[in-house]
Design a protein around this ligand. Structure first.
Ligand code: BGC
Ligand code: BGC
Length: 644
């Protein structure tokens, strides 16, 4: 995959040569001489030539260091600047919630990441680092960024153009802080909502996931054939998690797919591989291996899967990265054996966040003992370097103009408007009955003068953003900047009175409608795994619905709005409410909800997953229609008709 360098990139390259020379503390004239002598430093040489030249200079230890991604400066074994400079580590990451000690603004991040980049520039060969972050719905660790709906909400929009724009904007807010690598998008095909990562997927349909996943990749990286592919306004993506995570038993995170091997192979080839094939075709540069196992074999040690199938049969030429501590998910309980299995299975870069030295020295030993071949190391490192050359990182000026410009735009109006629009488009209307006077519940909101709003989730930024927001699991409360659902109501419909109350008892008797907002509290990964009992509307939600119905009967429309990452059981509530709206996990810009409820925008969202009657029906929801409350694709309009 050879990258064509435009004049613009070449001239930037010279700027980088100069600034790197200064960092080396040499006179720029001298350094420029040196630069010209090495093929790998010459942007006019082909990527293949540059990789070959650089590899030819590196010792085995230096190559192994390139294979490691460590967590930023953690006390007992993370990567400080010195480790990057002296050992030439290939990559650094900020895991969920891992912000600079100086603070969590975009500026703090930019300063710290640029210090890492400087350290890399000062290393022996000046090989730039990858700096990875979980930009899974915006650059979501960083305070004040634009937070978009989680992927499940984007699935509801079904809108590939929108998703590509979101990818592009996310890339920009990520690049703004110096990071060049996003661990995104998730290409899992989600079958089972017991799973705590259900909301990280676009939905249950492999074709939908392919379409939106590709759009997201195109947004993050730029389009493969475009001039700005992998430019400094884009980031490298990592499609994840390879593979089968949505098919594990009982939706257990990091669990096991238990299926007749032939049956699994058919499912893999006909369905769940589709999004990967499409993303690879679109130029996805890296891929992350999944924590799950398939019939007892963890993906991290599955050579058949990674080397033979992905790299061989599917022809993936990019870099394969392990998940956070993924090595330790291999079955042996001896770290060294786990590492051997993982590297020999075909993993190129090792995300070893907390103790990179353990990884480094063990891998050196494995090569010395002949248990991992030099050929395998060379293969891995050439993949890593190719990705870095492809992305133009060697030519990039540290904290250059593009980055500074983008830093100014983090959380700007334009980005927030895009997010607000995405919120509107993801809003999914599942029930909308006629009420007194003949209009539907949603139509009647236009005439309502006074509306009671209930539920903690109606006025809580953290809740509406869900997991992977500021912290790994996300948190309730005012964790970042944004517009809550209630604030959005007041902004968009200033002529109406919104009475925000804790319970039906406190609500005025003369309100014209009630909107109850309920759903899930933030979570991520295994923390979000739950049994069926955890998938019912919670006690507060149930109580609000019951009491509201008891108080108002059929006099006024009662609308239930869910803020949730997955279908919740609302069968008991169905005859107590007139309308049901699912907002998914909308992110920071919730005025987009009001734009539909009180503005001119029509509902366009459709559920990207089959909604069971009760959570006890999950395992049979695909085979027994009578257990389905809202089939895949359900979405209504304001007049009550179906979107189709
Ligand atoms: C998750 C990945 C994530 C990585 C880095 C892992 O626990 O499974 O999705 O990219 O951590 O934060
Ligand atoms: C990190 C996450 C990571 C998780 C893995 C957390 O401590 O912040 O990034 O995904 O551990 O389990």
């Amino acid at each position: 995959m050879r990258r064509k360098f435009s004049k613009k990139i070449m001239s930037m390259g010279m700027a980088a040569v100069l600034s790197v020379s200064l960092l080396f503390g040499c006179q720029s004239g001298q350094k420029k001489e040196t630069k010209k002598t090495y093929v790998y430093q010459n942007p006019e040489a082909s990527t293949e030539e540059r990789v070959k030249d650089l590899m030819g200079r590196m010792t085995i230890k230096e190559k192994i260091a390139q294979m490691i991604m460590a967590e930023r400066n953690v006390a007992d074994g993370g990567a400080d600047y010195k480790a990057v400079k002296q050992y030439g580590l290939g990559a650094v990451l900020s895991g969920g919630g891992s912000a600079p000690t100086s603070g969590n603004t975009a500026k703090d991040w930019s300063e710290e990441i640029n210090n890492y980049k400087k350290a890399a520039a000062e290393s022996k060969y000046g090989i730039p680092i990858l700096y990875g972050v979980d930009s899974v719905h915006g650059n979501s660790n960083v305070y004040g960024t634009t937070i978009f709906p989680h992927q499940i909400g984007l699935g509801a929009t079904g809108d590939a153009d929108l998703v590509e724009k979101i990818g592009r904007t996310t890339a920009s807010e990520t690049r703004a802080v110096g990071s060049n690598y996003a661990f995104s998008p998730v290409l899992g095909v989600a079958y089972d909502e017991h799973w705590g990562r259900f909301y990280e997927c676009f939905g249950e349909n492999a074709d939908l996931v392919s379409e939106l996943g590709t759009a997201y990749v195109n947004g993050l990286q730029g389009r493969k054939d475009a001039e700005d592919f992998l430019s400094e306004r884009h980031v490298l993506c990592s499609v994840k998690h390879f593979v089968g995570e949505g098919q594990v038993e009982q939706g257990e995170n990091q669990g096991n797919v238990e299926m007749d091997p032939k049956e699994f192979e058919t499912l893999l080839r006909n369905e769940i591989i589709k999004p990967y094939v499409a993303a690879i075709e679109a130029g996805a540069q890296t891929l992350m291996v999944s924590y799950n196992s398939i019939n007892g074999v963890n993906c991290h040690e599955n050579k058949e899967l990674i080397t033979n199938y992905l790299k061989g049969e599917l022809g993936f030429q990019g870099m394969v990265i392990s998940d956070y501590d993924g090595v330790e998910h291999c079955k042996s309980d001896d770290y060294k054996v786990q590492l051997m299995e993982c590297v020999n299975a075909g993993v190129d870069m090792l995300m070893e966040p907390l103790d990179w030295q353990k990884c480094y020295y063990n891998l050196i030993a494995l090569v010395n003992e002949g248990k991992v071949s030099e050929e395998r190391i060379n293969d891995a490192v050439s993949k890593i370097l190719t990705v870095k050359f492809n992305a133009g990182l060697f030519e990039e000026e540290i904290n250059g103009k593009a980055e500074q410009e983008q830093l100014e735009q983090v959380g700007c109006e334009e980005h927030r408007t895009l997010a607000r629009n995405a919120v509107s488009k993801s809003l999914t209307l599942l029930k909308n009955d006629k009420v007194k006077g003949g209009k539907t519940a949603i139509q009647s909101l236009a005439d309502a003068k006074k509306i009671a709003v209930m539920g903690e989730a109606a006025d809580d930024i953290g809740t509406q953003c869900g997991g992977w927001t500021i912290s790994w699991n996300g948190d309730k409360g005012e964790t970042t900047i944004g517009t809550t659902i209630l604030k959005g109501f007041r902004e968009v419909a200033p002529d109406k009175e919104f009475e925000y109350v804790d319970s039906a008892e406190e609500a005025a008797k003369d309100v014209d409608a009630v909107i109850i907002v309920a759903g899930e509290s933030p979570y991520s990964e295994s923390v979000g795994d739950t049994g069926a009992n955890g998938l019912f509307l919670d006690y507060e939600g149930k109580t609000m619905v019951e009491e509201t119905k008891a108080k108002y009967g059929k006099d006024i429309p009662i609308i239930l709005m869910l803020v949730t990452g997955r279908p919740l059981t609302v069968s008991e509530e169905m005859n107590r409410i007139d309308a049901l709206v699912c907002a998914w996990l909308p992110g920071t810009e919730c005025a987009g909800i009001a734009d539909v409820l009180f503005g001119d925008k029509e509902f366009v969202g459709r559920t990207p997953v089959t909604w069971p009657v009760t959570a006890y029906d999950i395992s049979d929801k695909f085979t027994d229609e009578s257990l389905v409350m809202f089939p895949y694709g359900t979405g209504l309009k304001k007049d009550g008709s179906s979107i189709k």
